[in-house]
Structures are given as C-alpha cells and as structure tokens.
Write a protein that binds this ligand. Structure first.
Ligand code: 5GP
Length: 117
C-alpha cells in the first residue's frame, strides 16, 4: 500500500467536505470528528490532513505533524471533560485498521479494560 492509496479513503472524502462529519476540532494540519460507530461515550478520530497510510509510512519529516497530533489529542480529550482516556492507532489489517488514512482514536467516558483484544 502506498501513500497514493491513502489519498482515496473515506477520511479524505471527509477532509474535502464531500462527506459530513460531526466535527470536534479543526486546524491547518488536522481534523477531529466523532466516530460513526462509537465504542465508548467519547470516541473521536483525529486525522492529519496529510494522507499518511499509517505509522509504518511515517518519515522524519512528519515529526512536527505527529507531535502536533498528540498535543491536539490531549486538547480534545480535555475539552470533552475526560481525565482518563485512551489513544489507539490501529496499524495494519491484523491490528484492526480498516481505514488506511492515519488516525488516532481518542476513547473515554467509561472504564477501559486491558489488554485490548
Ligand atoms: P480503524 O478500524 O481503521 O482503526 O478505525 C476506523 C474507524 O473509522 C472505525 O472506528 C469506524 O467506525 C470509523 N469510521 C468509518 N467510516 C466512518 C465515517 O464515514 N465517518 C466516521 N465519523 N467514522 C467512520
């Protein structure tokens, strides 16, 4: 899978405004919106505007962007009133990735068990 494939996912359609989303946060580098099938009271997806497939495909040039995403994940979680919350990045089919545009799940609002399945 190459980066060209990442540019045509459901998330790139959301980024282009072709599909609606329940937006939570937006800036020049990223967009956060509520997951369509929430697994917890709060389940938000944070995605870079840059079409990166997943963490296998990051490069050193993405350092600032990746740091920004974690800063925004924290900001979004706090804005949702969460004290305990989990970030998840499913990386590859066997890890449960279904949309091949990098995304950070921000999940909270209920006790979360460990280890994940
Ligand atoms: P993954 O399984 O790739 O880690 O996560 C993809 C997530 O995207 C899933 O939690 C799924 O519910 C969510 N999702 C898939 N399609 C849409 C959509 O069209 N809108 C929104 N808001 N979420 C979606």
């Amino acid at each position: 899978m190459d980066d060209a494939m990442a540019s045509e996912t459901i998330f790139s359609q959301i980024l282009r405004g072709e599909l609606p989303c329940d937006e939570v946060y937006s800036d020049e580098l990223c967009l956060a919106f509520r997951d369509i099938e929430p697994q917890a009271p709060v389940h938000i997806l944070l995605i870079p505007r840059k079409p990166i497939v997943n963490l296998t495909h990051i490069d050193v040039e993405d350092k600032e962007l990746l740091g920004h995403l974690l800063i925004i994940a924290s900001k979004v979680a706090r804005s949702e009133g969460l004290e305990s919350w989990r970030t998840v990045v499913n990386n590859g089919v066997d890890a449960g990735q279904t949309v091949f545009h990098l995304h950070i799940h921000i999940i909270g609002g209920r006790p979360l068990s460990w280890p994940p399945g």
